[in-house]
Design a protein around this ligand. Structure first.
Ligand SMILES: [Zn+2]
Length: 250
């Protein structure tokens, strides 16, 4: 994957750091291009706020700040801007100009403080529990748009004495995956000479369920079907997906 922060120098990462001898949690990542350099959105979103962060709003000390609400319902903050280039209510696409690097608010020098908050309201997702209300921006952006896995498959020609479970084992896959890929309802009915499609034979792909996901969405992303997901993962109730659950999608 390309460098997420191409053109920037990371001057302070997300997480715990020592400032003046004491531990301090940095809820975002500090990025530097050049003073007044254009800042482009890392993802799309809707502008919840653009302007000077006021005390008591969850944006105090952030200076000129743009808050985007993204498709996951998170708040993304672009802080300490010299000036903003968008207004509240604007819909922003990835890589659109949103402002210029600056040193407004509580800063020691010109930089972009980029922060991802778990929630977008109230207070633009601000909580005194910085550790649990914010997300690590690099990992967040990397996962933001799930990359559909390439669809590849291998053909296998059934020989005398073959069983689906042996074939599955051979290709490091499961009987259910082969059944789903070939519309086989009864695994005892394979015949010699039959060509079986073995999807992504030895490269299973997994997806971790996120809040707001459903099987339709995941199936679309991975160019598969709900039926295949159900079958590959032995899902009993399609409405009982758990956040954090690992699903095989290929
Ligand atoms: Zn910062």
């Amino acid at each position: 994957m390309a460098n997420l922060f191409e053109g920037y120098t990371i001057t302070s990462p997300y997480g715990w750091r020592r400032l003046g001898g004491k531990s301090d949690f940095h809820p975002g990542i500090d990025l530097v291009k050049a003073h007044k350099a254009p800042i482009y959105a890392f993802t799309g979103g809707t502008v919840l706020y653009a302007g000077m962060g006021k005390a008591g709003t969850g944006l105090n000390n952030y200076g000129n700040v743009v808050v985007l609400k993204d498709d996951n319902g998170r708040a993304q903050l672009y802080a300490h801007l010299d000036r903003v280039a968008v207004k509240i209510g604007d819909t922003i696409k990835k890589d659109e100009l949103i402002g210029y690097q600056g040193n407004t608010g509580d800063v020691t020098g010109s930089h972009l403080h980029y922060e991802v908050r778990e929630k977008a309201s109230p207070l633009y997702g601000w909580s005194s529990d910085l550790v649990n209300s914010t997300l690590e921006p690099t990992a967040y952006l990397r996962d933001f748009t799930p990359q559909p896995a390439p669809v590849t498959s291998t053909n296998y020609i059934v020989k005398a004495g073959d069983t689906l479970s042996e074939i599955a084992k051979k290709y490091n896959t499961t009987v259910n995956i082969i059944k789903a890929a070939n519309n086989i309802s009864n695994e005892n009915f394979i015949r010699i000479g039959q060509v079986l499609k073995i999807p992504n034979a030895s490269n299973p792909v997994y997806y971790t369920v996120k809040s707001g996901d459903n099987l339709t969405k995941i199936a679309n992303t991975y160019n598969t079907t709900i039926e295949k997901l159900v079958s590959m993962n032995d899902i009993k109730n399609i409405n009982s997906l758990q956040v954090g659950q690992k699903l095989r999608v290929k």
